[in-house]
Design a protein around this ligand. Sequence first.
Ligand code: IPM
Ligand code: MN
Length: 350
Amino acid sequence: MYRIAVVPGDGTGPEVIAEGLKVLKAVAQKKNIKYETKMYDFGGARYLKTGQILSDADVAELRTCNAIYLGAVGHPDVPPGILEKGLLLKLRFDLDQYINLRPVSLYPGVDCPLKNKGPEDIDFVVVRENTEDLYVGVGGIMHKGTPDEVAVQESINTRKGVERCLRYAFDLTRKRNKKKKLTLSAKTNVLTYAHDLWWRAFNEVGTEYADVTRDYAHVDATCMWMVKNPEFFDVIVTTNMFGDIITDLGAMIQGGMGIAAGGNINPEGVSMFEPIGGSAPKYTGQGVINPLAAICAASMLLENLGEHEAAAAVEQAVKYVTANKVKSLSAGKMGYSTSQVGDLVVEALK
Ligand code: IPM
Ligand code: MN
C-alpha cells in the first residue's frame, strides 16, 4: 500500500492534478496497485489566509510518505521568492531531493518548433543537480538601496553533492542503454573553480563507467545544440542553475509546458513529481490547461515507486492521445477541455 502526498498548489495546479489522479486511479485498478492519497493545501492561497507556508512538522509528515505529487507553486498576490523558497525549494532541500530529472522527449503527433526534427531526434534526459549551486541562498546585500550597494549570491558546489549527482547520471545513462553517452554541460572556461570541481569529478567517476562515453559541452553551446542537433544528446548532467534554464528550452522542443514533467528525486528517500510549468494564473479555473504534463509526472512517480508496467502504460496512453486525439498541446487549443484530455488518457489505457 503506497501513501502518496498530494499538493495541488496554486493556479491551475489543482485542475491538472485532478486529471493526474484520475489516470492514477485507472491504471492502479488495471495493474492492481494499492495506494492511498492524502491532500495538502500548501500554497499561495493558504499563505495569504494564514501566513503559513510549510512548517518543519509538515516536512516531517511528508517524509513518511512514499512519494509526493505536486501541482504548481506561485500566486499572483504573493511576491516572488516567498513560495518558491518556502515551499518548493524547502521541500527539495529538506527532503534532500538531490536530482531533478527532466526527460525531453518529443511524442508522436506533437508540433515541434524545430524544422525537420521528429520523435527520433528529440529523446534525451536532463539530470539537474537540485540541492546546491546558486539555489542554496548563500549571500547577502550590503548598503541596500544606496549607490554603494553590493549584492553577493554564491554558487556552492560540494564534492559530495557533485559526485552523487554525477553517479546518478552515469547510472541512468547505463540503464537507459541508448547512445550510452553522458554530456556534462557546464562552463569550465569561466567558472574555473566551481566547474573545475565538476570536470575533475566527472572524469574521475567516469573511469568507473567504461561503457559510458563522456562528452562535454559548455552550457551556451548546449543551448545551441539543443536547437540545431538535439539528436546528439542522450543524457545531460548539469548544475542547478544551468539545469533550470536549459530544461525550459527542453520543454519547448518537446512541445511546450503542456507536456513537460519532472521529478525531484532522492534515490534513498522521498521523491516529488511535478509538471515543470508554473501555476498559469491567467488560465485558472477555465478548464483549458493541458493536464498531460501532470499525467506524465504521475507516470514518473509510478516508475519511481518501481511500478514500471503502470508507468509505461500511462506513457503509452499519453502518446496515443498526442498522436491521435489532441489538436495542440497549448492551453485552450487542445480541441478538448482539461478533464476531457484526462478522460482520453484513461480511455487509451484500456
Ligand atoms: C523549476 C522552477 C523553480 C526553479 C522555481 C519556481 C523556484 O523554475 O522547477 O524549474 O527555479 O527550480
Ligand atoms: Mn525552471
